[in-house]
Design a protein around this ligand. Structure first.
Ligand code: HAM
Length: 384
């Protein structure tokens, strides 16, 4: 038997109502804030991710599905969608259309990670990106929208973790300080952290090895190294969030796994998700559009793991019932034509109708209608 490939899965009709429910809530919420949907291709040039996400990140270094096409071009199944959306933004010169462009997407991403509950090799993200404004109110408004979206799904309160990861001016100084702290501990670090120390020392904060975690708990945090502009931006984001009544806590050790972040970075974790407890992540990426060859346009966004979101839906979520409202069974060959036309007329009136010519569904029959009474009964049902 050929089965779905490890790390991928089928979503069966019994489950799909939950997916439609979260997608519909996302569309409705985001559209109220002026976001419009964008659909970008599933595959892109490998270079887009190498430049956008960063060569030294785990995603680019070891998790991408990369292949050569028949002409020898290196292509990659998108591991995330911020870089592709930024690419589309540049390619179609969306900055010329409106000063602030708000875009959202829903769709599959691919990462070669070890599969476990809530971690798949093909997974779906619901994400948003705002281009064209560096005002801290954009960070706060977008986070508030996210909280409103989760509340609508019955996921509240959430643990929102916030940090500022600095900018091109202040992060290098912090990186040096972190390396100064870690260098003398090098021989005790795990193999991954020794590698990270050379390539991407901030990633050591994500290490799961207990001894390394203890060392990182004593490491200097970026908060102490932020430049005046980043410090002010962060203070204002927090002030707007406070004004919105959005609860968060600042964790100077939150670093995100993608290199494009500047200033605001955040995650929402949910205890019920186990080891894979990040429901979503996001932040500001003011240098990304320029890095990809576009104009100097700031950006801010987040992506929610849809698989994890569906797993976390509370019992209170009002998932619409997709069961048929009417089942019409033809009790004999002579009943098939009137049953078909009855089904069609009810559907035209907006009813969900299943037609069964084989009498298999006749067990729970609630009423039998003689052909002569059909017309009147249909009128009644259509009005009901
Ligand atoms: P990310 O933190 O890499 O950020 O992914 C966002 C979310 O996608 C995670 O919090 C998680 O819920 C989900 N996710 C990631 N990998 C997997 C997996 N293997 N299986 C299931 N779910 C997964 C980004 O991708 C950024 N592009 C977010 C962003 C948008 N930043 C700014 N704009």
């Amino acid at each position: 038997m050929i089965e779905a490939v490890k790390g991928s899965r089928d979503i069966l009709p019994e489950e799909i109502g939950r997916w439609h429910f979260v997608e519909e809530a996302a569309r409705q919420t985001f559209e109220r804030y002026g976001f419009r949907e964008i659909r970008t291709p599933i595959f892109e040039s490998t270079e887009l991710f190498a430049r956008g996400i960063g060569e030294a990140t785990d995603i680019v270094a070891k998790e991408m599905y990369t292949f050569l096409d028949r002409k020898g071009r290196s292509l990659t199944l998108r591991p995330e969608n911020t870089a592709p959306v930024a690419r589309a933004y540049i390619q179609h010169q969306l900055h010329r259309r409106s000063e602030v462009e708000r875009l959202y997407y829903i769709g599959p991403m691919f990462r070669y990670e070890r599969p476990q509950k809530g971690r798949m090799r093909q997974f779906s993200q619901i994400g948003v990106e705002v281009f064209g404004c560096e005002h801290p109110a954009i960070d706060a408004e977008t986070i508030e929208m996210l909280v409103a979206f989760l509340a609508r799904l019955g996921i509240a309160p959430v643990e929102l973790i916030l940090n500022s990861v600095g900018c091109r001016d202040c992060r290098p100084r912090y990186r040096e300080a972190l390396v100064r702290y870690l260098r003398p501990l090098r021989d005790d670090l795990c193999e991954d952290c020794r590698r990270r120390l050379e390539t991407n020392p901030l990633r050591c904060f994500d290490c799961k090895v207990p001894a390394d975690r203890e060392r990182m708990a004593r490491a200097p945090t970026i908060q102490e190294y932020l430049c005046a502009a980043c410090r002010e931006h962060f203070a204002r984001v927090r002030a707007y969030l406070d004004a919105f009544g959005v609860a968060y806590h600042v964790d100077g050790r939150l670093v995100r796994g993608l290199d494009y972040y500047r200033r605001t970075a955040f995650e929402v974790t949910l205890p019920g998700l186990g080891a894979q407890n990040a429901l979503l992540g996001g932040g500001r990426y003011d240098g990304l559009v320029e890095e990809l060859g576009g104009p100097s346009v700031p950006g801010f966004g987040f992506a929610v793991g849809e698989d994890r979101l569906v797993l976390s839906l509370g019992a209170g979520a009002a998932i619409p019932d997709d069961a048929p409202e009417v089942v019409i069974v033809a009790l004999g060959e002579g009943g098939v034509t009137p049953a078909l036309s009855a089904a069609r007329r009810l559907r035209l009136k907006g009813r969900r109708v299943i037609f069964d010519p084989l009498k298999r569904m006749s067990d729970g029959l609630q009423e039998t209608i003689a052909e002569g009474d059909l017309e009147a009964r249909l009128e009644e049902m259509a009005r009901a």
